[in-house]
Ligand binder design. Structure first.
Ligand SMILES: Cc1cc2nc3c(=O)[nH]c(=O)nc-3n(C[C@H](O)[C@H](O)[C@H](O)COP(=O)(O)OP(=O)(O)OC[C@H]3O[C@@H](n4cnc5c(N)ncnc54)[C@H](O)[C@@H]3O)c2cc1C
Ligand SMILES: NC(=O)c1ccc[n+]([C@@H]2O[C@H](COP(=O)([O-])OP(=O)(O)OC[C@H]3O[C@@H](n4cnc5c(N)ncnc54)[C@H](O)[C@@H]3O)[C@@H](O)[C@H]2O)c1
Length: 463
């Protein structure tokens, strides 16, 4: 707090976005109040990325062990859920305690204010009746909550969201997953690999509908091989639950599905009215907080993270947090650039993607040329054997000769993506990418194979 009883900045919400801003500003000597209604670390640390990726890691180990026969002998695989949930409870989330994080921020000079904050005026946030004034401004970093579709009968049933899935003490015998986006696909495969009979119901025409169709099709094929059923392009009309039979879903095609549990993974909600956004001059009815390239949303208001709608990923929140902090400190530096937002769905195979899909590029008027390689056809894919499913797809702006998007799916799809992010972000000419060496026999050599299929123009390596 500064001498006049005000802070320099009030950060509302301490997920990955808010944490970054608060820490950086306090380090620079500003008086910072950080308001958190739940746990410092937000969705990512306690109910999202960290616990779900611990589950994914465990499930991947089981899958690898099951690939031993025919390649390296035999193993007996006996899945056990207790070590997974123990690891999440202990090492992963400290039993859902943020005491260490709070201490870290307090000792760095941030005043942590517990409670649900509401913007009550320009440069003012009220928490439990206490008014916090901010001389420079407020940073809105309030994230999202699970979206629950208005399906007849769903409300009031004991359905799961990601918050329930990551604390489940046992694996259900059967699970319906509503929504085949990243949350639905990752968790469906985890529970299936631990023995649940899983069915995904996805309203759109394919799994991961925001990604390339080839990626969704690949995942559906792999899931079919693991006995994960997928119902694509179908609506759920009604949900019923009773304690004996569990959940019964009536689908638009008249069929019914039954399972012990239902996981709702149909996206995320943002409620700007609930945080009093209108009192700071923001549009409370908007879907997201509109920000400029410096994360400014209004006079004395910055916003970072999921609430800005620029990609619901931790790395986006952290990136934006750095830019907002620099702006608040008057440090300048590069503005936000979203041409190469990387995204990885941690299924097996992983689905990594960056920039535009082929369709998005065409819709943006780009003269598109596409390159493609199947991982199974590559030397490494063949050597790898079971579990080698994957692909690389490149989207080139043919006029400029640069990549504007790429997808990399495979056992290390997210890691291979790194090179493609560098290429898209830095507009490295595809002619140059063709004349690099790609270590043999890596998965990333499939990028070279995909480049080969773009076309066979005489490359000009001096461009
Ligand atoms: C199951 C799952 C898995 C995911 N996996 C990944 C992944 O592998 N990689 C990845 O990049 N992203 C992943 N994500 C997305 C990632 O979790 C989010 O993008 C990230 O948490 C966004 O950070 P944030 O700071 O914007 O918001 P959040 O993490 O949502 O944090 C917002 C914070 O604000 C607090 N808050 C809200 N309103 C108020 C208020 N009025 N007053 C005080 N405090 C308030 C909340 O309690 C919360 O702590 C995953 C998400 C889910 C659900
Ligand atoms: N690995 C990662 O980086 C990772 C992992 C999980 C989540 N996330 C982030 O969290 C956010 C939320 O993930 P998500 O998967 O919940 O959301 P999403 O919006 O990405 O996907 C939700 C899916 O549910 C479908 N759907 C919506 N309503 C439906 C209905 N009534 N019936 C059937 N299907 C329906 C949609 O078509 C969509 O495919 C994502 O935007 C993602 O960025 C990231």
């Amino acid at each position: 707090m500064t001498g006049d009883g005000a802070y320099d900045v009030v950060v509302l919400g301490m997920g990955p976005g808010g944490e970054g801003v608060a820490g950086r500003l306090a380090e620079a000597g500003l008086g910072v109040a950080a308001v958190e209604a739940g746990l410092i670390g937000g969705e990512c640390a306690y109910w999202g990325c960290v616990p779900s990726k611990m589950m994914v890691r465990a499930a991947d180990l089981l899958a690898e062990a099951r690939r031993v026969p025919g390649v390296a002998g035999s193993v007996r695989v006996t899945p056990a859920w207790a070590p997974v949930i123990d690891r999440i409870t202990g090492e992963g989330t400290d039993d859902w305690s943020d005491a260490d994080k709070a201490e870290h921020f307090e000792s760095a000079g941030v005043e942590v204010v517990r409670g649900r904050g509401r913007i009550t005026g320009p440069r003012e946030v009220t928490v439990n009746g206490r008014r916090l004034r901010a001389r420079r401004g407020i940073v809105v970093a309030t994230g999202t909550t699970p979206a629950v579709p208005p399906i007849d009968g769903l409300e009031g049933t004991p359905y799961w969201t990601n918050r329930d899935a990551v604390v489940a003490r046992r694996v259900p015998e059967s699970l319906i997953v509503l929504g085949g986006g990243p949350v639905g696909c990752e968790l469906a495969q985890v529970f299936a690999r631990f023995g649940a009979q899983v069915t995904i119901v996805e309203g759109a025409g394919r799994l991961l509908p925001r990604e390339e169709p080839e990626a969704g099709a690949l995942l559906a094929r792999v899931f079919a091989g693991e006995r994960v059923e997928t119902r694509i392009g179908v609506a759920v009309e009604r949900v019923r639950h009773d304690d004996d039979t569990g959940f019964t879903l009536t689908l638009g095609d008249g069929r019914t599905l039954r399972a012990e549990h239902l996981l709702v993974a149909t996206g995320r909600d943002i409620d700007l009215a609930a945080i009093g956004a209108g009192n700071a001059g923001l549009d409370e009815k908007a879907r997201f907080v509109e920000v400029d390239e410096r994360m400014r949303a209004a006079d004395g208001v910055w916003a970072v993270g999921d609430v800005t709608g620029r990609g619901a990923y931790t790395h986006v929140a952290v990136y934006q947090g750095r830019i907002a902090a620099r702006d608040i400190l008057g440090e300048g530096g590069p503005a936000a650039d979203y041409r190469a937002v990387p995204r990885v769905t941690f299924t097996d195979p992983e689905v990594g993607a960056v920039g535009l899909t082929e369709r998005e590029a065409r819709e943006a008027g780009v003269e598109v040329r596409v390159g493609f390689a199947a991982l199974g056809d590559s030397a490494r894919g063949w050597i790898h054997g079971p579990g080698h499913e994957g692909l690389v797809k490149l989207v080139e702006d043919a006029r400029r000769g640069v990549l504007v998007g790429a997808t990399s799916s495979g056992p290390a799809g997210g890691e291979v993506l790194g090179a493609l992010v560098v290429a898209v972000q830095n507009e490295i000419p595809t002619a140059r990418l063709r004349h690099m060496m790609y270590a043999y026999p890596t998965f990333h050599r499939a990028v070279e194979d995909a480049l080969e299929t773009l076309d066979h123009r005489q490359p000009d390596i001096n461009t």
